[in-house]
Write a protein that binds this ligand. Structure first.
Ligand SMILES: C[S@@+](CC[C@H](N)C(=O)[O-])C[C@H]1O[C@@H](n2cnc3c(N)ncnc32)[C@H](O)[C@@H]1O
Length: 175
């Protein structure tokens, strides 16, 4: 039922629901320490990364395309008494969402979409934004730090570094 959500999402960009493990979530929390600003979780599933980030004081928005997962995460937020001012859980296709107001982005998607996501985030995110990626790293961006190993590995990327002209030209010359 949760496998391939979003009838209008092109097949190459489809990502199944796979929840973050406990260790993965703890690694995300560890790497978010010291960050500030609004946070977007791209493909928020049952909301577990959003709840974890919200517990650290971030104002979070979870974008989720699957209605049942969204309803489930909203009911969990309601059950936990989390105010709407702290967490927004919205039914929205991440590929059609403008992310320019977010300084923190968490991502747990699939290898096939990470290249396309690099391009989207390079265009949209503010210069001081950080992207925290679970399990499947970006193919071209250099990471600033990492935590965990195997299925629980997390990478942090600085948009400023990813935009360095030397990186853009070496990326283009590889293409
Ligand atoms: C691997 S799961 C991660 C769920 C959650 N972030 C976590 O860490 O447990 C990926 C999620 O992205 C959602 N998703 C896939 N394509 C999407 C899209 N185009 N827009 C919004 N959400 C999407 C899926 O429904 C799924 O819930």
């Amino acid at each position: 039922m949760f496998c391939m959500p979003g009838l209008r999402v092109p097949f190459r960009l489809k990502v199944p629901f796979l929840p973050s493990t406990k260790e993965q979530t703890l690694n995300v929390i560890k790497l978010l320490e010291g960050h500030k600003g609004r946070l977007a979780d791209l493909g928020s599933g049952d909301g577990r990364l959003v709840f974890a980030a919200s517990s650290m004081g971030f104002q979070c928005t979870g974008f989720e395309i699957h209605s049942i997962l969204l309803a489930y995460s909203r009911s969990k937020a309601w059950w936990r008494g989390i105010p709407h001012t702290d967490i927004h859980l919205v039914k929205q296709d991440l590929w059609k969402t403008d992310l320019s107001q977010y300084r923190n982005v968490t991502v747990f998607l699939a290898p096939a979409v990470m290249g396309a996501l690099e391009e989207k985030l390079l265009k949209e995110l503010p210069e001081d934004a950080k992207v925290i990626v679970c399990r499947f790293p970006f193919p071209h961006w250099p990471h600033s730090c990492t935590a965990g190993s195997g299925l629980n590995q997390i990478w942090v990327y600085d948009v400023h570094t990813a935009r360095q002209p030397s990186r853009t030209s070496s990326h283009q010359s590889q293409a």
